[in-house]
Write a protein that binds this ligand. Sequence first.
Ligand code: UD1
Ligand code: CA
Length: 469
Amino acid sequence: MSAPIVLILAAGLGTRMKSAKAKVLHEVAGRPLIAWAVETAKAAGADTIVAILGHQLEDVKDVLDDRYGEGTILIAHQKEQRGTGHAVMSALPALEGQPDSRTVVVLTGDAPLLRAERVSDLANACQASESKLALLSTIPPEAVAYGRLLRDDSGKLLRIVEDADANDEQKTIREMNAGFYAMNLGVLRKMVENLTSDNAQGELYLTDLAEQAAERGGAAVMEAPFDEIAGINDRRDLARVSASARARINDAWMQQGVTFEDSASTYVGADVREIGRDTILGPGVHLRGKTSIGEGVFVDAGCVITDVSIDNGSWIKPYSVIIDSKVGKKVQVGPFTHCRPNTVLDEECKVGNFVEIKKTHVMAGAKASHLSYLGDASIGAKANIGAGTITCNYDGFRKHKTTIEAGAFIGSDSQLVAPVTIGRDAFVGSGTTVTKDVPRSSLALSRTKQVNVEGWADRFRAASKKRQR
Ligand code: UD1
Ligand code: CA
């Protein structure tokens, strides 16, 4: 099969979403609806993809440029939303120069679960058919306000009647138009000329092409399960389709050898790149963005992980939050660790409960096991960061860097006032406020000497009691 051209219908407002945001920018499994359609088109081998936009064109275009590179997805501007047929007409200028012989597939931008194989099948059916038009039908489990397929006694498709135009008898027809089409570009160019807005909604219906195709042998119809073609019109649809997407995504990872302790409560984004075999995802785990996880990793309950790569054999303990960071092999994180952007944890290091890390490189085998803030820092191999260590990286105006060299030992409850360097193998005594660089292998101490006053406590109590009387 030759590569199809794909048009994505996405100019509508989506009134029923009751949203300030264009419908196609709402997300299913962390991916905007418009990007689901683009991914489907790409997976089906499309070489030209045109998004037909109207409402919030700039916002939608930004999302597309951001994801796919400026200009990769062609944009057609449908200035007024005068119907699906009109939408396709507004895409034709973008296809100028394309030969009539090409196959065009039309996808709706609000139905994310269509499988790429279905697009290829539809394009093949179009090429094989006499009328050079193929479309998907569906039989929904319950009544929906979709277009009905009207067939003659021989089964040939005569036309599609929209819900708004259907009479009572036509409304009993259960075979519906799914809203996906494939057609020959030359035929499309001719047919759209004949569309009229002579209908209940006063729109140019793309569905009227079926009637024109009937004169040339009839459109090819392929059935698809309702689950796969279901469009999103309101927030209830969004929730329902999101649940289906989640089940589909989790299922696919299970088939790749990933264990889900409780699939129903685990959210893996559609753009997650990799999860290696024998990795275990605990209940309530969220993997978001372009996260990629190696083999034999355990992400325990309640972790939220966004745009992170985690290497083999690491253990992310419960309720840790990691964003835009890199975790090496056999690292232990958490419970309750917060790694903010640009955290790099090298092999076998360990960061524990209530440790917050930002823009910091923790090198192999280093440890920060409890209650620390490490920001704008570099922590050398096998360094040990005691409980309550704070890098004071911000002076109210600028951020400064803390360098802790390999093998250094930072005693508990220390403040490292940046910019500052703790030399290799140096010690910082507990409770020290470090304001000057510490040379290698030396000890830094800034606390005052301890004084013990013998018998003081007893004398204090006696005097206090006397005063009470
Ligand atoms: C459409 C079909 C209907 C089918 C249903 C399946 C028509 C006339 N009807 O109805 O037969 O059963 O899909 O979901 O095609 N759009 C534009 N510009 C416009 C109008 C719509 O880009 O001027 C886009 C919308 O943003 C949306 C898609 O086209 O992504 C479908 O439009 P919508 O108004 O939702 O059509 P339906 O009434 O659902
Ligand atoms: Ca719709």
